[in-house]
Design a protein. Structure first.
Length: 100
């Protein structure tokens, strides 16, 4: 039995600082943050239903409204730093009823 070995390859010399490799875009996925919001929504709904005399419909409307307010605040904060994003959203909303 003959064992053939090859010498180790030397490291390639670098002439300057290494540039970070570009990562391919990853598709959006249901992650921990989304799961946490969903669990908090359900927990708040159950707590409000047990602790108050509100109907389930009233609770869902209230929590949904608060969620929309939170999303609006995040959108405004994002729009301050990126007006291009806000322009794209407005353009998409304006084109959504055009049938294209």
């Amino acid at each position: 039995m003959t064992i053939v070995t090859t010498p180790a390859q030397p490291a390639a010399p670098t002439s300057g600082p290494a540039e970070p490799a570009e990562r391919p875009p990853t598709p959006a996925a249901f992650g921990f943050a989304q799961a946490l919001v969903l669990v908090a929504f359900v927990a708040a709904g159950i707590t409000l239903r047990l602790a108050t005399t509100m109907t389930v419909r009233d609770i869902v409307v209230m929590i949904g409204s608060l969620g929309m307010v939170g999303a609006s605040v995040l959108l405004i904060a994002t729009a301050r730093t990126s007006t291009r994003f806000l322009k794209r959203v407005i353009k998409a909303l304006a084109a959504s009823g055009s049938g294209s």
